[in-house]
Ligand binder design. Sequence first.
Ligand code: ATP
Length: 214
Amino acid sequence: MRLGLFGGTFNPIHFGHLRAAVEVRDAFNLDRLLLIPSAHPPHKRADHVANAEDRLEMVRLAIQGEPSLEASDLELARPGPSYTIETLQYFQTQFDRESDIHFIVGQDAFSEITTWKSYQALFVTAHFIVMARPGAKLRSLEDFIHTQISEAYQYDSTSDRYSHPQWCTIFCLNITHLDISATKIRELIRQGRSIRFLVPDVVRDFIDKKGLYR
Ligand code: ATP
């Protein structure tokens, strides 16, 4: 089983997240790709975050009918801040040793990983897929990995991955970068402007119906 875990606030989910998920699923032949909204994101201001059930429902609506994509309520069921290390350890116990667990993260979030709880343990628990912006400086990623994670990571340019003698692999993938952020979407809503073509219509209808982000 090849499993992908894509964590985020998804406040709300948008086409940037969705296109990224589809490209990672296809590039890594993932059998399942779970989108996992963080119930209590440790790094985001709570007053800007819609309630977790609504964010999960928007994820569900957005991926309806898309093969291998699933919405996960795992972090909603857990009290306290949503720490990725706990999520990865949970999935490690759920799947057999033959399963490959991949944690999917954008380069922007990856560059802040040293602020995450037990961040070095993450790299012992799951492979990483870092979604790079096309043209982003590879060298800076290499420096970051060596100085902040482990010097033992070796870059292989033919497969665009960093391998470690004991730890999991960090894969890099260039994806189509859609310059869409949830912050921008929330701002447009506050200003009473259209968010059409930034999010699926079903998500826009849900936001309208519930009066979110006004
Ligand atoms: P906000 O603007 O509220 O900070 P966001 O749009 O950046 O939110 P998050 O839910 O914080 O979305 O991001 C979840 C994950 O999705 C992160 O790993 C982030 O790097 C990635 N991501 C966010 N926007 C995009 C995008 N446009 N294309 C590809 N990946 C993205």
